[in-house]
Design a protein around this ligand. Structure first.
Ligand SMILES: *Cc1c(COP(=O)(O)O)cnc(C)c1O
Length: 291
């Protein structure tokens, strides 16, 4: 068997955020700086890749195939993690051939890219089947690093949260980070609630992914997608700018800008009680801002 790739606990400190809106609601907000764990294998992608790479090593696979859109933080993270831990990587990219900074970096880390029409990309079963045939020794990681391996890695992060936390808030794309948090909450017997800000439009059916968890343990919020995935408005950019200018912390516009905008709106609407402690996950995603 290959040696298991090492993923020591990342540098992802809690940073207290003290702003007029947290002060007037008398809530204590911490940003968990998962974005600081690595410049490219950042945030939840680091957490989610850990056990996928362990499985790949256990199965003696020397290459990894994964999937994502043209701006996928997961493709880039997999490229960098593959390079670091000695796996060849192939990225299947949804849609027509394009160039951007995310894919450029992925290629620099040695990832080969293949572009796939949306139709072929959508039919995952057929796609997995044909890739497995073409690359019998490759390990396939689902889009976004999801699945039980990904969730297990995210669940571990719960051990790094302070005992007094009442709510943990995260952005929701595929939902696997939120599932991992809810698993971790059970595994480590904690009783915070998990608040998910959904960044996709019309994703109400997402609820079905969470039915195994008690309905008191989480809420999904669908009112902060700003028109849909990767869509922005001047109001969102203004919020990102004022947050950056008053904290020194940059939020990406696809996920964490929307998540913190949603949190601020909920805090201002009195959805949290005075004295409560909230931890918000910052999962990085900043390379996509440069494209
Ligand atoms: C991938 C990603 C997410 C979404 O995580 P899911 O587990 O797919 O819900 C959120 N934030 C950032 C910065 C990401 O890169």
């Amino acid at each position: 068997m290959r040696k298991l790739p090492e993923f020591p606990p990342p540098h992802a400190p809690l940073e207290a955020i003290d702003l007029p809106w947290t002060r007037s609601a008398r809530v204590q907000l911490y940003l968990k700086r998962e974005d600081l764990s690595h410049p490219f294998i950042a945030g939840n992608k680091w957490r989610k890749l850990k056990y996928h790479l362990h499985s790949a090593a256990e199965l003696n696979c020397d290459s990894i195939i994964t999937f994502g859109g043209a701006y996928s933080n997961h493709l880039l993270a997999t490229a960098a993690a593959g390079a670091k831990h000695g796996f060849k990587t192939l990225g299947m990219v949804r849609g027509e051939v394009v160039e951007n900074q995310v894919l450029r970096f992925a290629k620099l880390f040695g990832m080969q890219l293949r572009f796939l029409s949306r139709e072929l990309y959508r039919d995952k079963e057929a796609l997995y089947h044909s890739l497995q045939k073409e690359f019998p020794d490759a390990y396939l990681i689902p889009e976004g690093g999801s699945g039980p391996e990904g969730e297990r890695g995210v669940a571990e992060l719960v051990q790094e949260l302070p005992m007094e936390v009442n709510h943990v808030i995260c952005s929701v794309g595929t939902g696997s980070t939120m599932r991992g948090l809810l698993k971790g909450r059970e595994d480590f017997q904690r009783n915070f609630s998990v608040q998910g800000i959904v960044v996709l439009k019309g994703a109400e059916e997402m609820q079905s992914q969470f039915t195994e968890f008690s309905s008191e343990s989480y809420s999904l919020h669908h009112e902060f997608h700003f028109g849909g995935y990767a869509k922005t408005t001047p109001e969102l950019w203004e919020f990102i700018g004022s947050f950056a200018a008053s904290t020194g912390i940059l939020l990406d516009q696809v996920y964490e800008g929307k998540m913190l905008f949603g949190l601020k709106s909920m805090v201002e609407a009195g959805r949290f009680e005075a004295g409560e402690t909230i931890v918000a996950l910052h999962n990085g995603g900043l390379v996509g801002m440069l494209s």
